[in-house]
Ligand binder design. Structure first.
Ligand code: ADP
Ligand code: MG
Length: 585
């Protein structure tokens, strides 16, 4: 007796679907890739309910013959790969012949297609992998695929789907990225009947970025000059100006042979190219299209084909490093340094040698040393002394004597003299006031005379929308204005106005990574905001006038831990009268 059986196609397709089709956006990606492979110049995508109820992709590509319309639904049926050798020179997006049968096995699937050689089109309807009908239909040359009730046959998978708006945001994002990599194709995207994208054919990636990304971003970008050449490798796209950065690498978009990919190697190279030009733990924005001989890469690593390997890593590394470093060096940007006591020290980036290795290029490293609080890791020191005791003991008559130097103040007490670091004391006060939702000054936020209008990408925008209440509890007043737009009416009292967008972006990143229980989320978020509030990077010195040096000790000692700054540095020290007497008597 044998126990082993070959799985039937229906089961095999459903298993394949489980691997490749995680959520609606995966269907969209597969269908668009097929349309691109079919040499379409116009692709229209429609979805309803975040793609859960309907996904409809129509193209004007080469279409399929009547026979192919049936064959394409067979497992491992592909027109793109004939023998294993072809794998090394693959130019198409698909080659596994798995997508259509997988999608058709978990939905109600309608294919309408017409090849240039046919006088009419063919319609094929399948439900959960079972052919319902095949018939003639009238249509222009091209293909239209409708996927209804995705995961209808796999309810377990349906349960894992997020809200319609989140699924839509992912679809919107994916379409934008695909459109970016294919400027020569016109894209249209409708979400529940509403037109979201209408982008005609563009000249190049940079024109597409301007079409699809928010206008503010476009002015923050530097273009990689396109040389007219068909030589590979070839790099085009845009990178952020020095001084524009993000807290995660999510805004680094990389396409190799127009395929969106993850490459640790290239991400690191990009980061290297900016070395010294952006803070250590921050990332630039990049939209990069790399054209390379297909035999130089291996894309056959994962079914969703995100990760990529290069055969000659060191060559690619050097090639990209030089290109990007050149663009950065050639741009004479003013880099707005983080506050170092004084505000906005501008350091100009001039032309330099070929690499950007030297810290002198931007001088960021040296700035960093002077401004180490920018790169802190919070390390709350545990004080063994009960806080009440500290208060009672030390609060006795701190008499303000003199502002000694920029950050140092002198006080007199009955026991001796106190030398205090003003910056650290204020950091402690601000940090605890945020954690305890207390107002150290009269107001927790500052109203903006002119509300600031911000626009985010679909996914961050969805995250912000879902967490507006949370963010508005920390001194912001932000309202949604639809279509990924927001208006900021007020910001926390400590925030420097021109850092508003940057901080909100960082907070969104933070919100998207902390998917904890709602009450915990609130605590974690508050702590994150408090950490931001003590970074000079965000902090506005000019709004801090309300705290006079005379009042400072009292405010400091109303903190739980008045002895150290939030990163565990001593805030003040005392020289007792007896010590002073010993020295001079
Ligand atoms: P793959 O893309 O890996 O070949 P798919 O299952 O996605 O596998 O598609 C199977 C085949 O169906 C493709 O190889 C192609 O010949 C045909 N096909 C799919 N979509 C289209 C389309 N939009 N236009 C023309 N042909 C298509
Ligand atoms: Mg395909």
């Amino acid at each position: 007796m044998t126990c082993i059986k070959i799985l039937n196609d229906k089961v095999a397709n459903q298993i394949a679907a489980g691997e490749v089709i995680e959520r609606p956006v995966a269907v969209i990606k597969e269908l668009i890739e097929n349309s691109i492979d079919a040499k379409s110049t116009r692709i229209r995508i429609q979805v309803t309910n975040g793609g859960k109820s309907l996904i409809d992709v129509t193209d004007n590509g080469i279409g399929m013959t009547e026979d192919d319309a049936l064959l394409c639904l067979e497992r491992h049926a592909t027109s793109k790969l004939k023998e294993s050798n072809d794998l090394n020179k693959i130019r198409s997006f698909g080659f596994r012949g798995e997508a259509l049968p997988s999608i058709a096995s978990i939905s109600k699937f309608t294919l309408q297609t017409r090849h240039a050689d046919s006088i009419s089109g063919t319609e094929v309807k399948v439900y959960a992998g079972k052919l319902l009908h095949k018939k003639v239909c009238g249509m222009p040359i091209g293909t239209r695929i409708r996927v209804e009730n995705l995961f209808a046959t796999v309810p377990a998978r349906r349960k894992f789907l997020k809200t319609n708006s989140t699924e839509s945001a992912h679809i919107h994002h994916a379409i934008k990225l695909t459109a970016l990599a294919h400027p020569q194709i016109a894209f249209e995207f409708f979400d529940s009947g509403k037109k979201i994208i209408h982008s005609p054919k563009c000249l190049n990636i940079n024109e597409r970025i301007t079409e699809l990304w928010n206008k503010n971003l476009t002015k923050d970008l530097l273009h990689i000059k396109e040389e007219k050449s068909s030589k590979t490798p070839f790099l085009s796209g845009s990178i952020s100006k020095v001084g524009i950065d993000r807290s995660t690498r999510k805004d680094i978009h990389l396409f190799v042979n127009r395929r969106p990919v993850d490459s640790r190697l290239i991400s690191l190279v990009i980061k290297d190219a900016y070395k010294g030009a952006i803070p250590k733990h921050r990332f630039p924005i990049a939209f990069l299209l790399l054209e390379i001989d297909p035999s130089e890469i291996d894309i056959n690593i994962h079914p969703t084909k995100k990760e990529i390997r290069f055969r000659n890593e060191s060559f690619i590394r050097q090639f990209i490093l030089e290109k990007i470093a050149n663009v950065i060096n050639c741009s004479k940007q003013i880099y707005t340094a983080p506050n170092i006591g004084e505000k906005n020290i501008g350091i100009s980036v001039g032309k330099h040698n070929n690499t950007i290795k030297s810290d002198k290029v931007i001088g960021y490293e040296s700035l960093k040393k002077r401004n180490s609080s920018n790169y802190i890791c919070i390390n709350e020191q545990k004080n063994n002394i009960p806080s009440n005791k500290i208060k009672n003991k030390t609060l006795i008559n701190w008499k303000f004597l003199h502002h000694l130097k920029r950050h140092t103040a002198l006080y007199e007490t009955n026991q001796g003299l106190i030398i205090l670091n003003i910056l650290k004391a204020k950091q402690r006060i601000r940090y605890e006031s945020i954690l305890q939702n207390k107002k150290p000054t009269e107001q927790i936020s500052q109203s903006l005379i002119i509300p600031q209008q911000l626009e985010f990408e679909p996914i961050p925008s969805d995250t912000l929308l879902k967490n507006l209440e949370l963010i508005n509890q920390s001194g912001f007043n932000i309202e949604s204005f639809g279509s990924n737009c927001f208006r900021v009416f007020s910001i926390p009292y400590w925030l420097e106005l021109n850092k508003t967008e940057s901080l909100i972006r960082d907070l969104i990143d933070q919100m998207s990574i902390s998917a904890s229980a709602p009450n915990l989320k609130h605590e974690i978020f508050k702590e994150y905001v408090a950490k931001c509030a003590i970074k000079d990077f965000y902090f506005d010195n000019t709004t801090d006038n309300s705290m006079t040096l005379k009042d400072l000790p009292e405010k400091l000692f109303s903190c739980k831990n008045p002895l150290t700054s939030p990163i565990g540095k001593k805030i003040f020290f005392e020289i007792s009268w007896s010590d002073i007497n010993k020295k001079i008597n």
